[in-house]
Ligand binder design. Structure first.
Ligand SMILES: [Zn+2]
Length: 163
Protein backbone atom coordinates (compact mmCIF):
# COMPACT_ATOMS: atom_id res chain seq x y z
CA UNK A 1 0.00 0.00 0.00
CA UNK A 2 1.16 3.54 -0.70
CA UNK A 3 2.03 5.65 2.28
CA UNK A 4 -0.98 7.78 3.02
CA UNK A 5 -0.86 10.94 5.06
CA UNK A 6 -2.92 10.19 8.14
CA UNK A 7 -1.85 12.63 10.87
CA UNK A 8 -4.21 11.21 13.51
CA UNK A 9 -2.08 8.06 13.39
CA UNK A 10 0.34 10.09 15.52
CA UNK A 11 -2.19 10.06 18.35
CA UNK A 12 -1.96 6.27 18.23
CA UNK A 13 1.81 6.13 17.87
CA UNK A 14 2.31 8.61 20.71
CA UNK A 15 -0.34 7.20 23.02
CA UNK A 16 0.84 4.79 25.66
CA UNK A 17 0.28 1.17 24.77
CA UNK A 18 -2.35 -0.34 27.01
CA UNK A 19 -2.02 -3.77 28.50
CA UNK A 20 -5.59 -4.77 27.72
CA UNK A 21 -6.37 -6.21 24.29
CA UNK A 22 -8.60 -3.79 22.35
CA UNK A 23 -10.62 -6.63 20.82
CA UNK A 24 -11.26 -8.49 24.06
CA UNK A 25 -12.02 -5.21 25.79
CA UNK A 26 -14.50 -4.22 23.09
CA UNK A 27 -16.31 -7.53 23.52
CA UNK A 28 -16.56 -7.18 27.28
CA UNK A 29 -18.10 -3.72 27.29
CA UNK A 30 -20.62 -1.92 25.16
CA UNK A 31 -18.32 0.38 23.22
CA UNK A 32 -19.07 2.61 20.27
CA UNK A 33 -16.62 0.95 17.87
CA UNK A 34 -17.96 -2.60 17.72
CA UNK A 35 -20.21 -3.11 14.72
CA UNK A 36 -20.78 -6.84 15.05
CA UNK A 37 -20.18 -9.47 17.70
CA UNK A 38 -21.08 -13.05 16.82
CA UNK A 39 -20.24 -16.39 18.42
CA UNK A 40 -16.92 -16.72 16.60
CA UNK A 41 -16.16 -13.37 14.95
CA UNK A 42 -16.40 -9.64 15.52
CA UNK A 43 -16.15 -6.44 13.48
CA UNK A 44 -14.80 -3.16 14.85
CA UNK A 45 -14.14 0.28 13.49
CA UNK A 46 -10.42 1.04 13.59
CA UNK A 47 -10.14 3.86 16.14
CA UNK A 48 -7.06 5.12 14.29
CA UNK A 49 -8.09 4.61 10.66
CA UNK A 50 -5.90 4.97 7.61
CA UNK A 51 -9.06 6.16 5.90
CA UNK A 52 -12.75 6.56 6.68
CA UNK A 53 -14.44 3.14 6.88
CA UNK A 54 -11.30 1.23 7.94
CA UNK A 55 -12.65 -1.91 9.66
CA UNK A 56 -11.06 -4.71 11.68
CA UNK A 57 -12.42 -8.26 11.57
CA UNK A 58 -11.24 -10.60 14.32
CA UNK A 59 -12.05 -13.96 15.85
CA UNK A 60 -13.73 -13.68 19.25
CA UNK A 61 -11.02 -15.95 20.69
CA UNK A 62 -7.84 -14.20 21.79
CA UNK A 63 -5.28 -15.92 19.57
CA UNK A 64 -2.49 -14.77 17.29
CA UNK A 65 -2.18 -17.36 14.52
CA UNK A 66 -4.41 -18.64 11.72
CA UNK A 67 -3.33 -22.17 12.64
CA UNK A 68 -4.95 -21.76 16.08
CA UNK A 69 -8.42 -21.37 14.59
CA UNK A 70 -10.92 -24.20 14.37
CA UNK A 71 -12.04 -24.95 10.83
CA UNK A 72 -15.52 -23.46 11.33
CA UNK A 73 -13.99 -20.33 12.87
CA UNK A 74 -11.74 -19.96 9.83
CA UNK A 75 -14.80 -20.20 7.57
CA UNK A 76 -16.76 -17.73 9.64
CA UNK A 77 -13.84 -15.30 9.74
CA UNK A 78 -13.65 -15.23 5.96
CA UNK A 79 -17.44 -14.99 5.69
CA UNK A 80 -17.33 -12.00 8.06
CA UNK A 81 -14.67 -10.33 5.89
CA UNK A 82 -16.83 -10.93 2.83
CA UNK A 83 -20.00 -9.55 4.47
CA UNK A 84 -18.11 -6.52 5.80
CA UNK A 85 -16.78 -5.74 2.34
CA UNK A 86 -20.36 -6.08 1.05
CA UNK A 87 -21.73 -3.65 3.63
CA UNK A 88 -18.97 -1.11 2.96
CA UNK A 89 -19.73 -1.36 -0.77
CA UNK A 90 -23.40 -0.75 -0.13
CA UNK A 91 -23.01 2.10 2.36
CA UNK A 92 -19.82 3.89 1.27
CA UNK A 93 -19.52 2.96 -2.41
CA UNK A 94 -15.72 2.64 -2.61
CA UNK A 95 -13.87 1.85 -5.85
CA UNK A 96 -11.85 -0.97 -4.28
CA UNK A 97 -10.45 -2.46 -1.06
CA UNK A 98 -7.20 -3.41 0.61
CA UNK A 99 -7.87 -6.49 2.73
CA UNK A 100 -5.08 -8.07 4.72
CA UNK A 101 -3.46 -9.55 7.76
CA UNK A 102 -0.36 -8.21 9.47
CA UNK A 103 1.21 -11.14 11.29
CA UNK A 104 3.86 -10.08 13.77
CA UNK A 105 5.25 -6.68 14.75
CA UNK A 106 7.75 -6.70 11.90
CA UNK A 107 4.83 -6.90 9.46
CA UNK A 108 3.18 -3.89 11.06
CA UNK A 109 0.75 -5.56 13.44
CA UNK A 110 -0.33 -2.98 16.05
CA UNK A 111 -2.05 -5.64 18.16
CA UNK A 112 -0.11 -8.77 17.29
CA UNK A 113 -1.51 -10.97 20.05
CA UNK A 114 -5.08 -10.92 18.69
CA UNK A 115 -5.43 -11.93 15.05
CA UNK A 116 -7.36 -9.44 12.88
CA UNK A 117 -8.00 -8.63 9.24
CA UNK A 118 -7.84 -5.03 8.07
CA UNK A 119 -10.43 -3.92 5.55
CA UNK A 120 -9.54 -0.56 4.01
CA UNK A 121 -11.99 0.87 1.47
CA UNK A 122 -10.29 2.79 -1.35
CA UNK A 123 -11.55 5.51 -3.65
CA UNK A 124 -9.87 6.79 -6.79
CA UNK A 125 -7.79 9.77 -5.71
CA UNK A 126 -8.18 9.02 -1.98
CA UNK A 127 -4.54 9.78 -1.21
CA UNK A 128 -5.29 13.38 -2.16
CA UNK A 129 -8.66 13.45 -0.45
CA UNK A 130 -7.01 12.51 2.85
CA UNK A 131 -5.61 16.02 3.25
CA UNK A 132 -9.23 17.13 3.78
CA UNK A 133 -9.23 15.13 7.02
CA UNK A 134 -6.00 16.68 8.29
CA UNK A 135 -7.56 18.17 11.41
CA UNK A 136 -7.22 15.56 14.16
CA UNK A 137 -10.22 16.96 16.06
CA UNK A 138 -12.69 16.13 13.30
CA UNK A 139 -11.83 12.42 13.29
CA UNK A 140 -14.08 11.28 16.17
CA UNK A 141 -17.03 12.81 14.34
CA UNK A 142 -16.09 10.97 11.17
CA UNK A 143 -15.86 7.75 13.16
CA UNK A 144 -19.24 8.30 14.80
CA UNK A 145 -20.95 9.18 11.52
CA UNK A 146 -19.43 6.20 9.77
CA UNK A 147 -20.36 3.96 12.70
CA UNK A 148 -23.97 5.17 12.59
CA UNK A 149 -24.11 4.53 8.84
CA UNK A 150 -22.67 1.04 9.07
CA UNK A 151 -24.26 -0.24 12.29
CA UNK A 152 -27.78 -0.93 10.95
CA UNK A 153 -26.31 -3.13 8.22
CA UNK A 154 -24.17 -5.08 10.65
CA UNK A 155 -27.17 -5.47 12.95
CA UNK A 156 -28.78 -7.63 10.26
CA UNK A 157 -25.78 -9.99 10.04
CA UNK A 158 -26.06 -13.46 11.47
CA UNK A 159 -22.99 -15.50 10.69
CA UNK A 160 -23.06 -17.87 13.63
CA UNK A 161 -22.21 -21.31 12.38
CA UNK A 162 -23.77 -24.40 13.86
CA UNK A 163 -21.26 -26.98 14.94
ZN1 LIG B 1 -7.78 -10.25 22.55
Amino acid sequence: MKTMWAPWRMEYILSEKQDACVFCEALSENDDLTLYAGNATMVMMNKYPYINGHLLVAPVKHLSGLDQLEKHEMGELLATVEKSVGILKQVMNPDGFNVGLNLGKVAGAGVEEHLHFHIVPRWFGDTNALTVFADVRVIPEHLKTTYDNLKPQFDTLNLNTKN
